[in-house]
Write a protein that binds this ligand. Structure first.
Ligand SMILES: [Ca+2]
Length: 377
């Protein structure tokens, strides 16, 4: 295992850094000079972003607002009709995704910290869907609510991804920070990856639907705090990134019914030192396909496809909060073979590839920004 860790270290040495120019910043990377432009500013901890066909962007702010942003960066008024959201600690409004049939049905799906009752500090992650029309949400329906709700304001997960065929919605969840003992039990949604149909019903093909005492929405378990998810275009498989403790941020390709080990195995350690669990490895528990030690506080993830950065095709892009970076991970099938770190000197929450092949980032700041990375011509 030591030699494996050393290999990761050696693979991780290619590093870039930001240099300032008159109008925009330039990153010198291995394969391309990357121009970094600011598209929009003044967003309160932006968390999720979806591109609409008409060039607008739909952006969630953790502070509890959803806004349309014009292609030129003009920030719209808050969209009306959101349910009550508990904005506290890491809690608030999380990811936003469009229905696969958005052009017809105008449905959006969003995750948020849902209080048990009005004003309550007892919360968990819920997912609602609604129809977006005239800057307002209509027919808001909660389609998933993480059980149980607990005190505390940490490790909500909150990332969403539709399967390639649009039949399933994946919901990445967390361990609430202090409920590690629940994560290996299938009787709750703590530290789980969940899979439902877009109307909230449970797929008959989910792995635990016939297991007594298990919650049927569970797809995989043993997760600490899933913060990014993306579907690999070539395979249709879901990839998920999650926070480790101190060290041990992970990339996993979660398979039905499998155990991803938290809090029994991890490549990280307790904050301030000290072992978590029993070490790196245990039979019956899956290894991550990649881990960052020390942690970058991995958050968003996206696969690159597009015409701007032709040599990035099929790469996994992952963002870091404390790591203040975009990690570009070269992928061979289900392996990561090289990492390049694009140092952006700001906490980065999420990454999305735009229809024109440029790469959009959200900065995790009280006056957060949308950044656009494009190839220098
Ligand atoms: Ca793990």
């Amino acid at each position: 295992m030591k030699s494996l860790r050393m290999t990761f270290l050696l693979l991780s040495l290619s590093l870039t850094s930001l240099t300032s120019h008159a109008d925009s910043d330039i990153l010198k990377t291995r394969w391309a000079d990357v121009k970094v432009d600011t598209v929009a500013t003044g967003l309160n901890h932006p968390w999720g972003l979806a591109f609409l066909d008409d060039g607008q962007m739909l952006v969630s702010e953790r502070a509890g607002n959803l806004r349309l942003i014009a292609a030129d960066g003009t920030v719209g008024e808050p969209i009306g009709g959101l349910p009550e959201i508990k904005v506290r600690g890491q809690g608030g409004l999380f990811d936003i995704v469009l229905s696969p049939n958005f052009s017809q049905d105008k449905l959006v799906y969003f995750a948020y910290a849902e209080p048990e009752s009005t004003g309550s500090d007892i919360t968990s992650t819920a997912v609602a869907r609604a129809r977006l029309e005239n800057n307002k949400l209509h027919d808001v329906t909660v389609i998933f609510s993480q059980q149980p709700k607990v005190m505390g304001g940490r490790h909500y997960g909150g990332r969403l991804a539709f399967s390639a065929d649009g039949e399933f919605l994946f919901i990445g969840l967390g361990d609430h920070g202090h409920r590690q003992d629940d994560v290996q039990s299938l009787a709750n949604h703590t530290g789980k990856l969940v899979r439902i149909h877009p109307d909230g019903t449970v797929p008959k093909s989910n792995p635990f639907v016939n297991q007594a005492g298990a919650l049927p929405e569970i797809w995989s378990y043993g997760h600490r705090n899933i913060q990014g998810m993306a579907i690999q275009p070539e395979t249709g498989q879901l990839w998920a990134v999650e926070h480790g403790p101190q060290g041990g941020d992970e990339v996993n390709i979660p398979q039905a019914g499998l155990n991803y080990g938290w809090p029994i195995i991890t490549h990280g350690e307790q904050y301030g030192g000290g072992e978590v669990g029993i070490g790196f490895k245990k039979d019956g528990m899956e290894q991550p396909i990649w881990h960052w030690t020390p942690s970058i506080a991995v958050s968003g993830a996206a696969f690159y496809q597009g015409n701007q950065f032709v040599q990035w095709q099929g790469n996994l892009l992952a963002t870091g909060l404390r790591g203040q970076q975009l990690a570009r991970l070269e992928v061979n099938g289900s392996h990561i073979i090289h990492q390049e770190t694009l140092n952006l000197k700001r906490r980065i929450r999420e990454v999305k590839v735009a229809p024109d092949g440029s790469v959009y980032l959200l900065t995790d700041e009280p006056k957060g920004a949308i950044l656009r990375l494009s190839a220098v011509k």
